[in-house]
Design a protein. Structure first.
Length: 156
């Protein structure tokens, strides 16, 4: 059986887990800037621009990685790992800092310690980012270990 160039360069079929990871990426990529703007308002850019910018940057990073995956770019899985690692890092500080402030009853990083809903939401997003990072990393490693199609050892 002859192997064509198109067969060798065709991307592997995406796993169901990766489809979910990318779906979460698109949803959160849009939700981060929108929800932060609704929560704090546009005027907060003048008060504390870094608390606004991190959500906009997370959204942009996730959307860029998800678009690359949707376009079957070779580097898409690496971008997804980097994007989810970035989101996890930002959410690590946001969630745990806000949670600590709530436990101690103090304001940390411009967060109201009484915003239980915001703390719970940040915790859920932190967990989603952690799971998506793990799934993306496992998928990238598996793909790296898979020989290109058409170059598998011959079997009798």
């Amino acid at each position: 059986m002859a192997v064509t160039h198109a067969a060798l360069s065709a991307p592997l079929a995406p796993s169901g887990e990766m489809k979910i990871v990318v779906l979460f990426g698109y949803l959160l990529g849009i939700a981060f800037p929108v929800l932060e703007t609704i929560r704090r308002g546009f005027g907060h850019w003048r008060v504390n621009s870094t608390t606004m910018a991190d959500d906009y940057i997370m959204g942009a990073v996730l959307l860029a990685a998800c678009f690359s995956w949707s376009l079957n770019k070779r580097y898409a899985k690496i971008l997804l790992v980097v994007a989810w690692a970035y989101v996890l890092g930002v959410m690590n500080a946001a969630f745990w800092g806000h949670f600590e402030g709530s436990l101690r009853g103090v304001v940390i990083c411009d967060n109201n310690p009484g915003e239980v809903g915001a703390i719970a939401g940040k915790g859920v997003i932190w967990l989603i980012a952690l799971v998506c990072l793990v799934i993306s990393t496992i998928s990238m490693i598996r793909e790296a270990k898979t020989p290109p199609r058409g170059l598998e050892p011959a079997t009798a």
